[in-house]
Design a protein around this ligand. Structure first.
Ligand code: SF4
Length: 1020
């Protein structure tokens, strides 16, 4: 082998390029060469780790006695190698090692500088870009453009020149910004941010390789030492290297005995990150590998077919691996996204259950993981254990993180009113808007505020309100104690976290499963990310402080979960084609191959035109199609994704006209279908409806359908066979298979009434009397857990009732208070929140209009008046009734009688006749006549003067409320109502509970299983 030889090894997926490099390294070392003389460079840290594992295994096999220790790693990513060069250069000069800044930190610095530009008028930025300067997206885009320039050796002055020549003012501005950025980074290197003594240069990932090249150019001895050391230079996936990394390889190759560049121009898919496969087209000897040792023949043929349409000179034919197994490629076009999810779920479950493929040997590749969230959810529901990156916003947007940061901020610089309320209503305090209002009201009696409650002396509060206040106080106190003892920010954060109890709470929720578990896991991931950030901040910053940490976190835009998180054990990976590089699976599903999504030919580079800048640097004119290179990169991405499959490849897409927009398959789909079938007729692609998924619930459902089918509907032999299979599943413990657990088949546990006895007293609220009168079955269901989760509408109803109880407030004041609490109400969407706010403003206005309009006839006695007492003694075998509750408003009419007012927020008023029969109003009147009102300016023996239902949910044309009246109770009526409440109370005994169809059925939580609506049908 002659000196300074460069050899290229080209080949498609699985052709053994990486294995060949590992073998070359192992052979060299086994031949007695110093291990430090071998360097294997890869495009990324993840691939370096895989190659390192393979090389170590090969060396251990070759030399079971053990290996000699090497000072420099044999396998490194290009960036890691560049960092090593800089560290050596610094050591030779007696300087501290270089300091790395993450992309998020760079974004933070860029955003600070842009904010400063805006303060100064941002005059050098084009006017149309100024509104975007403060956005996170712009900072990221600017960093990307500057990185691309660094990778191509374009300095800020040159960038400004190119911008002027090309008439692109945004590039001139970016060049000026880059000058400023460089100066600031130099300044930070010499004085530090929070550490005046720091003198370590701070480098971003894009600067590393350029800085290493500069170091090698400036220090001839360093370059000579590196060249003398590295005798065998191996480069894997060379198509992923950017121009600067390629230059570094060339610099090193100039001194090595042999350089082997392995790669595949047909899998060059990091163009958006500046990668360029140019290194692989150098004029040097080439070995082309044509046989894939990974892909089965059917898959290799399909890959060759897709590669045939690529521009350029890369390989065109890929042979499949040896052996009898042909493998398979299937293309399925589904009639809906639901059907596509069912196809994928069924294929994965069959591969695992029928063919015995481990879950970890199955993968789903999608062009965009965030766009495939619904597919991921559907797979989970169908019983496929998936491992997909968690979608989520920046760390600081997580409510748990926000609360902890608020605690740290309060510890550093005190609490204000807004932060105090935010802490109470956040995950630590967990106070809902209604309780917050009650707390404010309770505190107002002693002239104190929520802030006083958290920071002043502890004070007596009702138990339900005291608990959250105490919890927040103890978290604040724990953080303050730690800070007061001069512990570093990590310790203070830990103290607050530990005292909050959130860890136990979220871990418990995560263990329970369901939607809450997913939320709890996201919260835990976000808090873990906050601890990581804090750890990194403290480790890198001498003199780290709480305020420094808060500033640091505020400028970061990090997702809660690291993008390169290690895959979990036995799960199916759902990932992007880029994340799938370097890995392979028995079965791969490429899902969501849709028009507009894959190929995605939207020009990259955004408002700064980064892609156009690269084209200018490459000498391409405006007339060159921007779409063609993107289309080619998307095709290469498809090849890379297909090449991950060893045995089976399933490609799915949706063709549907349903919904707002039609969903069309990608242009790749007919091409793939032809390749998969060997048929040139694409009409063979028929739309597939959702197949029955091979999941326990679906199978049990189908078997039960046969077993329980009406006589003559199924063949008796089939019924017996289904029963036999069900019995097998029941014996294996599959949920729902055992008839013991089927609804309606178990025997009644008791026929006894819920209570008995002649002198039994039943305690009811007036609204319960109404429910019992309307439908005893609904009462039973709701009383025993048959209500849904507390809905937003119910919270809003409570807020409105609390507001209208404030007699002294004007409409404007009530609306202002409503707007104050609105942000804390958990709406699903902003448009709905805005709509509801308007509706509730109108309600409050309607109420105050009604109040004004009725003052000539009614005088307010009080609001939220409690009642508690016996209104009907036991009689005639019926129970006695004690009523307990609260009346919205009590008024006195011109004759001195007491009038009940009940405020309703429902949108539909009851009829006038129904109001006369309204049980709730009737019970209130009975309570007045029996003198069981607890307090207020009224007395036992007061005459009831009737009741009024005030419907504010549907204001009249004049903006007032709709009123419905119940006449004053006469002596005869009193007995009638007494009997009615006794009858309602008697209905609570059971054991039979009647289902009575009524106007409220449409809102009844058990309507789907109600016998009055379903002719006795059982729930499915
Ligand atoms: S749907 Fe109607 S009849 Fe059935 S339980 Fe509910 S309220 Fe009663």
């Amino acid at each position: 082998m002659g000196a300074m030889t460069t050899l290229r090894v080209l080949g498609g997926p699985g052709t053994g390029k990486s294995t060949m490099l590992v073998d070359a390294a192992a052979t060299r070392i086994a031949g007695g060469a110093d291990p430090a003389s071998v360097l294997l460079l890869t495009g990324s840290g993840r691939m370096a780790a895989a190659a390192r594992g393979a090389l170590t295994a090969t060396l251990l096999n070759a030399r079971p006695g053990g290996l000699s220790v090497v000072r420099e790693p044999l396998v490194r990513s290009v960036h890691s190698y560049a960092f090593g060069v800089l560290r050596n250069a610094a050591a030779r000069a007696g300087d501290p090692p270089p300091r790395l800044v993450t992309g998020a930190e760079q974004d933070g610095i860029i955003r600070e500088l842009l904010a400063g530009d805006l303060d100064d008028g941002a005059r050098y930025w084009p006017r149309e870009l100024r509104p975007a300067l403060t956005t996170v997206g712009f900072a990221t885009e600017l960093r990307d453009l500057l990185s691309r320039c660094v990778q191509r050796g374009i300095d800020p002055i040159e960038l400004q020149r190119i911008g002027r020549v090309s008439g692109r003012r945004e590039w001139v501005a970016a060049g000026r910004f880059a000058q400023q950025y460089e100066q600031v980074m130099l300044l930070r290197a010499s004085v530090g941010t929070a550490a005046p003594q720091a003198t370590v240069p701070a480098l971003g990932a894009a600067d590393l390789v350029g800085a290493a090249l500069e170091a090698l150019a400036a220090d001839a001895d360093l370059l000579a030492a590196e060249r003398a050391r590295v005798r065998l230079l191996l480069v894997d996936d060379a198509q992923h290297l950017d121009p600067q990394a390629a230059t570094l390889v060339r610099v090193l190759a100039a001194g090595s005995d042999l350089t082997v560049l392995a790669g595949d121009p047909n899998q060059a898919v990091f163009g958006f990150r500046g990668a360029d496969a140019d290194l692989l087209s150098a004029d040097s000897p080439v070995i082309t590998l044509t046989r894939s040792h990974r892909c089965a023949p059917a898959i290799a043929r399909a890959i060759s077919g897709i590669a045939a349409a690529l521009p350029g000179t890369g390989w065109r034919a890929l042979e499949g691996r040896d052996g009898d197994d042909e493998g398979s490629v299937t293309v399925t076009v589904a009639a809906s996204t639901h059907a596509e999810a069912a196809v994928v779920a069924d294929a994965l479950r069959r591969a695992h259950l029928v063919d015995g493929v481990p879950w970890s040997q199955l993968a789903v590749i999608v062009r965009s993981v965030s766009a495939a969230a619904a597919l991921t959810r559907a797979l989970s529901v169908a019983g496929v254990p998936v491992d997909a990156p968690t979608a989520g916003g920046a760390v600081v947007e997580n409510p748990g993180v926000r609360s902890l940061l608020t605690v740290l901020s309060a510890t550093e610089s005190g609490l204000d009113d807004d932060s105090a309320e935010a802490l109470l209503t956040g995950p630590i305090g967990r106070v809902d808007p209604v309780s917050l209002r009650q707390l404010r009201r309770a505190l107002r009696h002693t002239d104190r505020t929520v802030l006083d409650a958290l920071t002043g002396p502890a004070q007596e509060l009702p138990a339900t309100l005291a608990a959250p206040v105490k919890r927040v106080r103890s978290v604040l106190a724990a953080a303050a104690r730690s800070h007061g003892s001069h512990h570093d920010p990590r310790y203070t954060l830990w103290q607050a976290w530990e005292r909050s109890g959130l860890q136990r709470r979220w871990l418990t929720a995560a263990d329970r499963g369901g939607a809450d578990a997913a939320l709890a896991e996201r919260n835990l991931a976000a808090v873990t990310a906050l601890f990581d950030i804090t750890e990194a901040y403290v480790a890198r910053t001498a003199g780290a402080s709480l305020s420094g940490l808060l500033d640091h976190v505020a400028t970061l835009q990090l997702p809660p979960v690291a993008a390169d998180a290690a895959p979990a054990g036995e799960t199916v990976a759902v990932l992007s084609p880029h994340a799938a590089l370097g890995r392979d699976w028995h079965t791969v599903v490429i899902a969501g191959l849709q028009d507009g999504l894959w190929p995605n030919t939207t020009p990259r580079g955004g408002v700064l035109g980064t892609q156009r800048l690269l084209d200018v640097l490459d000498g391409l004119g405006e007339d060159v199609s921007a779409r063609a290179p993107l289309l080619a990169e998307e095709r290469r991405l498809l090849i890379a994704a297909m090449g991950r499959a060893r045995q089976r490849l399933l490609i799915t897409a949706v063709d549907s006209d349903a919904g707002d927009e039609s969903t069309l398959p990608s242009v790749f789909v007919p091409e793939l279908a032809r390749l998969a079938s060997g048929d040139t007729d694409t009409a063979a692609l028929t739309l597939v409806q959702a197949p029955p998924v091979l999941s326990p619930a679906a199978v049990v459902g189908r078997l039960r359908g046969v077993v329980c089918a009406p006589a003559d509907a199924v063949d008796e032999g089939r019924r017996a066979s289904a029963a036999e299979q069900l019995a097998r599943l029941a014996a294996a413990g599959v949920p729902g298979a055992d008839p013991q657990h089927w609804h309606g088949l178990s025997a009644l546990s008791t026929q006894e009434p819920l209570w008995s006895g002649d002198d039994h007293i039943v305690t009811l609220s007036p609204s319960t009397v109404q429910t019992l009168t309307d439908c005893p079955l609904r009462w039973l269901a709701e009383r025993h857990g048959g209500t849904g989760v507390r809905q937003v509408t119910s919270t809003l109803g409570s807020v409105v009732h609390a507001l209208v109880a404030e007699s002294s407030r004007t409409a404007e004041q009530l609306i202002a208070e409503l707007e104050n609490v609105w942000a804390a109400v958990p709406f699903d969407s902003p448009w709905y929140a805005a709509n509801e706010l308007n509706r509730h403003r109108a309600m409050l206005a309607a109420f105050t209009a009604w109040r004004v309009a009725t003052r000539h006839e009614l005088t307010e006695i009080g609001t939220e008046i409690e009642l508690d007492g016996l209104v009907a003694p036991p009689a005639d075998g019926l129970p006695g009734v004690r009523v307990r509750g609260r009346i919205d408003r009590l008024e006195r009419d011109a004759q001195g009688r007491v009038v009940i007012v009940d405020v309703k927020t429902a949108k539909s008023p009851v009829t006038k006749d129904d109001a006369q029969r309204h049980a709730q109003l009737g019970v209130y009147q009975l309570a007045v006549s029996e003198g069981v009102l607890v307090a207020g300016d009224h007395a036992a023996g007061d005459q009831p003067g009737g009741g009024r239902l005030v419907f504010i949910g549907k204001p009249t044309a004049s903006g007032g409320a709709t009123e419905r009246e119940q006449s004053a109770l006469g002596a005869d009526d009193t007995e009638g109502w007494r009997d009615a409440v006794r009858a309602a109370a008697a209905a609570t005994a059971g054991p039979t509970f009647a289902a009575r169809v009524n106007d409220g059925c449409s809102h009844c939580p058990i309507k789907p299983t109600c016998p009055a609506h379903n002719s006795g049908a059982e729930p499915s």
